[in-house]
Design a protein around this ligand. Structure first.
Ligand code: ATP
Length: 453
């Protein structure tokens, strides 16, 4: 696709997200809050499916990982020790012409001169560091000792609670602590829809190990994480692995891989998988004076564990799911004329709604009653949607556009009006092939469940 086509594709995606209720601009009726987004009825389902699947494979399916849900408000000493207070900055410049504040390392250059993307001006200030953390005040007093921060990443509460979790879980190395939650960064230029936001969610795992296991576990987790993206339906050909060169890595990291996705606006990071050595625990040991070490019962050694960290963004992955799923093909309309069909090809595991239920006609009581029965039968197993409004073809189209993988239609055959052998059977329609098969109602829960797990 050309740059122009990519931009058009992104416009269509953003507009579909709003029109169908995936993602809205936050505080929209007041003009919007820059870099902040609200997830609508379908967006929240998609996001929950992603988070639940991550939690399933990272925590519940494993013996060696436990979970944590840390607080967002963070003691300044934690973020001083981690280095965020002093060095969590991006370089910022001001445009003297239009007064815009810009991130210096993301400016386009013309003939080796940096330019303001807003006004094209070249009169820019020197770059200076801008700290990305949101600061707030705790309690009623305004003295400096009452400062707290909104966490800029979920990882730090894992390091700070390392000893407590180790004591209660009685895990042996290697083992991990996982967390999903909100993080906040006062990005200088939020952009590319939800990709760079000021409020976002992370899914992070800190996997603690012996120092000599670090490099092997880095390779192991990179492989596991790629597998995860494939399992949620992201095409492998749009995923890329960047082996971050030493000079671009954090000084304490012995190896970092960025997992990138080809968004319509370019190839960008979804997740970082980093071997962080024992840097974080050592920093907190130094600053707190508390022993965050590990005693190996077998070797009788006491040491500070090393850590491998796969750190993924929920919002960026949701955006990748949406971009990857978006497709247009052709399908016949009511009169059999071919028309463009927008179809979100979500993996059934991620799709916000798993099955739509349609009575063929809304004014036939027996059809509606049977459809409501099917809805009640499926509801305990999956998220379903009942729709009786409009021509059946249009109802299918509405579901295709939001990626519902299955559609069940209750018709006169279901009522036994076309022969006893068809009583209590329905048509099950597949979103991608648009093929319909006739199945027995009581088989539906098992049939569909096996495809959405
Ligand atoms: P970038 O270089 O794009 O700013 P980063 O390298 O600073 O990202 P990390 O600190 O490694 O990001 O955070 C881990 C993950 O958290 C990222 O891979 C991304 O998925 C997510 N993330 C970080 N910043 C944002 C943001 N502003 N908006 C949405 N997600 C984010």
């Amino acid at each position: 696709m050309t740059g122009k086509e990519n931009a058009q594709q992104m416009e269509k995606i953003v507009s579909l997200c709003k029109r169908r209720g995936f993602i809205f601009q936050s505080s929209e009726i007041y003009g919007g809050l820059n870099g902040v987004w609200d997830y609508g009825p379908l967006g929240v389902e998609l996001k929950n499916n992603l988070k639940q699947y991550w939690w399933q494979v990272i925590v519940r399916d494993r013996d060696d990982v436990v979970g944590l849900d840390g607080a967002i408000l963070t003691h300044p000493a934690v973020l001083k020790a981690s280095g965020h207070v002093d060095t969590f900055t991006d370089p910022m410049v001001d445009c003297r012409t239009c007064k815009a504040r810009l991130r210096a390392d993301q400016l386009a250059e013309k003939n080796a001169v940096k330019q303001c993307p807003n006004c094209g001006g070249k009169d820019l200030t020197e770059a200076r560091p801008f700290n990305l953390m949101f600061q707030t005040q705790m309690g009623a007093s305004a003295d400096p000792a009452s400062i707290a921060y909104l966490r800029p990443e979920t990882a730090q509460s894992i390091f700070v609670q390392f000893k407590n979790v180790l004591d209660v879980s009685r895990k042996k190395l290697p083992f991990g602590i996982a967390q999903i939650g909100k993080a906040f960064r006062n990005e200088i230029n939020p952009r590319n829809f939800t990709f760079r936001s000021r409020e976002f969610e992370q899914m992070e795992l800190e996997y603690f190990c012996r120092p000599e296991q670090g490099m092997d576990l880095l390779a192991y987790w990179l492989k596991e994480r790629i597998k995860f993206y494939e399992e949620i339906g992201i095409s492998r050909k749009r995923l890329h692995i960047l082996d971050v060169p030493e000079k671009e890595r954090a000084f304490y990291s012995k190896g970092t891989f960025d997992i990138e996705y080809e968004f319509p606006f370019g190839r960008q990071e979804l997740e970082g998988v980093a071997y962080r050595t024992d840097y974080d625990l050592q920093q907190h040991i130094k600053a707190s004076g508390k022993p965050l070490d590990y005693f190996d019962e077998e070797t009788k050694e006491r040491f500070v564990p090393h850590v491998v960290e796969p750190s993924a963004g929920v919002d960026r992955t949701v955006l990748a799911l949406i971009c990857d799923a978006y497709d247009e093909d052709t399908a016949p309309d009511e009169k059999g004329k071919m028309e463009t069909r927008v179809v979100m090809r979500f993996h059934p595991r991620m799709a916000p709604i798993k099955c739509a239920i349609f009575p063929l006609l809304r004014n036939k009581e027996a059809l509606v009653a049977k459809a409501r029965e099917v809805q009640a039968l499926l509801r305990p197993h999956m998220n379903v949607f009942y729709d009786e409004g409009g021509a059946i073809g249009r109802r299918y189209r509405r579901q295709d556009e939001i990626g519902t993988p299955f559609g069940v239609t209750i018709d006169f055959e279901t009522l036994g009006e076309k022969g006893e052998e068809l009583r209590d059977t329905v048509t099950l329609r597949d979103r991608d092939s648009m093929k319909q098969e006739r199945v027995t109602i009581k088989d539906l829960p098992q049939l569909i469940s096996s495809k959405i797990r």
